[in-house]
Design a protein around this ligand. Structure first.
Ligand code: C5P
Length: 220
């Protein structure tokens, strides 16, 4: 039996994670935040002081990454070994380092099987950069979200303020644009829409409007 998969790709801050989780809950399907896999690997490498350019070492770590996703009706928590790293993988340091590490073809290959193994009945909703192009090219419905860099930086700024973390809007915008460029120009699995993806610009749209748009396109 083929497990139905819905993919949402796009740059950070485009709303794909929020909507992906909402759709997964609505359908009662599994949810995979593929960026979290790359982030957990980066956190583990930073903790172990592994050189982020040591592709072979990192690729070996990727094969045995002790990551666990724990979902409840209201929460999505991420564990590295027994540590809850849901918040710590979102730091600016991890974000920057992750997009460097994610450019490695070897590391990406070693994370493929793990991502595909999460396509379990009754279905999977997943978000990332290459879910519709590389990981699940036969996905049933694909989306690609975009939003202006200014709005994405603004969302991130507000998010950090709510968390009580000091933040600088200009620094966030500069870092976000650098990260986009790295993700878009890497030779393997660059950030780009699949030819059959629904493309949506979420700038200025509320979460509810985006959620309704996505639901309407999902015909199962
Ligand atoms: O989506 P998120 O911002 O958490 O992703 C963090 C980083 O992980 C991205 O900047 C990108 O470099 C990498 N990533 C990737 N492929 C994915 C998901 C994330 O290369 N499918």
């Amino acid at each position: 039996m083929t497990i139905p998969v819905i993919t949402i790709d796009g740059p950070s801050g485009s709303g794909k994670g929020t909507i992906g989780q909402m759709i997964a809950r609505h359908l009662k399907w599994h949810y995979l935040d593929s960026g979290a896999l790359y982030r957990v690997l980066t956190l583990q490498a930073l903790k172990a002081q592994v050189d982020l350019h040591d592709e072979h070492h990192l690729a070996a770590m990727a094969l045995h990454l002790p990551v666990r996703f724990v979902d409840s009706a209201t929460h999505h928590r991420i564990f590295l070994h027994h540590h809850d790293v849901t918040e710590s993988i979102r730091s600016e340091e991890v974000s920057r380092a992750t997009s460097i590490l994610a450019a490695s073809p070897l590391i990406r290959t070693n994370l493929l099987a793990r991502q595909r193994a999460l396509a379990l009945a009754p279905g999977l909703v997943t978000d990332g950069r290459d879910m519709g192009t590389v990981v699940f090219p036969k996905a049933k419905v694909k989306f690609f979200f975009i939003a202006s860099a200014a709005e994405r930086a603004e969302r991130r700024y507000k998010q950090l303020q709510q968390l009580g973390v000091g933040a600088n809007y200009e620094a966030i915008l500069t870092e976000l644009e650098a990260r986009d460029l790295r993700d878009q120009t890497r030779p393997v699995a660059p950030l780009k829409p699949a030819p059959d993806a629904h493309i949506l610009d979420t700038s200025g749209l509320s979460i509810d409007v985006v959620f309704q748009y996505v639901l309407e396109k999902i015909t199962l």
